[in-house]
Design a binder for this molecule. Structure first.
Ligand SMILES: O=C(O)[C@H](O)[C@@H](O)[C@H](O)[C@H](O)COP(=O)(O)O
Length: 238
C-alpha cells in the first residue's frame, strides 16, 4: 500500500464483509505497520453491503469501522460506504447512488475508480461479495452495482458490485479459511461454471491471489497443488 501511495498519491482498496474481512482489518489495526501508512492517501470502498440501518452491528461498514477505520487518521470523505436502509431510499435507488459515487471518482469517461486492491471473502456456496450461485446478479454485465433480493445468506436484501466491476481491480486478494470453504475453493480452482460457483469468475487484471488456511485447501485438485501457480499465490507478497 505504501508503494501504491508513492506511485499514485492515492491507493484505492475495496473491502469485503464477513469474518475474514474483519479479521484482515483487525490484523492491520494490530500491526505496527498501521502507523507507517499515510491513510489520507487511501480510499476505501466496499464490494458489498447488507441492507440494514446505518450503525447496525451486522453492516459490513460498521464491522470495518470497528476493526480498523475508527482507529486510523483518515478523512470521512475517503470512506465510501454503501447507503443504508431507513434513510429514505429504496434498495434499487441505493444501488444507483453507489454507482454514481463510483463514477464520480472515476477518470473521465470511466464508470469506476481504479481499484488497486480488492479483498473478497468466499462463502461455502462459492459466493463472492453478494453475487450468489444461480442468481441473476452473477450474470449482470452492464451495471457496476446491483440490488440483491432473496440472498441465501442473511440479510436477504443487499447491495453488491457486479463481477465486471470486481474484475476491473488490479489485484484481487481472496481470503478464506476453514473446512467449510474447501468445496468452494476446490470447485473454483477446478474451473467450475461462474453461475454455480461465482468465485470461479473472479480475476484481477494483474493478479488474483488466494490467502487460505490448510483446512480450506482439502479439495483443491491434486494437479493444482503441485503447480507453482497455487503455492506461489499463497506465498506471494504483491
Ligand atoms: O456481506 C457479506 O456477508 C460478504 O461480503 C460475503 O461475501 C462474505 O465475504 C462471505 O460470505 C464470506 O464470509 P466469511 O468470511 O464470514 O465466511
Amino acid at each position: 500500500m505504501v508503494d501504491l501511495i508513492d506511485e499514485f498519491g492515492v491507493a484505492t482498496v475495496v473491502l469485503t464483509g464477513g469474518t475474514m474481512g474483519s479479521a484482515v482489518l483487525r490484523a492491520i489495526n494490530e500491526s505496527p505497520a498501521r502507523d507507517t501508512i499515510d491513510w489520507s492517501g487511501v480510499h476505501f470502498w466496499w464490494g458489498d453491503e447488507r441492507w440494514l440501518p446505518r450503525g447496525d452491528a451486522e453492516r459490513n461498514e460498521t464491522q470495518a469501522r470497528e476493526a480498523l477505520l475508527d482507529h486510523i487518521a483518515i478523512d470521512a470523505g475517503n470512506i465510501h460506504a454503501f447507503p443504508a436502509s431507513g434513510e429514505g431510499i429504496e434498495l434499487e435507488a441505493a444501488a444507483e447512488v453507489y454507482a454514481l459515487e463510483l463514477a464520480a471518482h472515476a477518470a473521465e469517461g470511466a464508470t469506476l475508480p481504479r481499484f488497486d486492491i480488492t479483498f473478497l471473502g468466499v462463502g461455502p456456496d462459492g459466493h463472492v461479495a453478494s453475487l450468489f450461485p444461480e442468481q441473476a446478479g452473477i450474470r449482470e454485465n452492464d451495471a457496476t452495482v446491483i440490488a440483491v433480493r432473496n440472498a441465501p445468506k442473511p440479510p436477504p436484501e443487499r447491495l453488491s458490485l457486479t463481477l465486471p466491476a470486481i474484475n476491473s481491480s488490479t489485484r484481487i486478494w481472496m481470503v478464506l479459511a476453514g473446512a467449510d470453504k474447501a468445496s468452494a475453493l476446490g470447485l473454483s480452482l477446478a474451473g467450475a461454471s461462474i453461475n454455480e460457483v461465482p468465485a470461479a469468475g473472479v480475476e484481477g487484471r494483474r493478479s488474483t491471489l488466494y490467502y487460505v488456511d490448510k483446512e480450506a485447501t482439502a479439495e483443491v485438485p491434486e494437479n493444482l497443488t503441485a503447480t507453482e501457480i497455487f503455492w506461489t499465490a499463497a506465498d506471494a507478497t504483491d
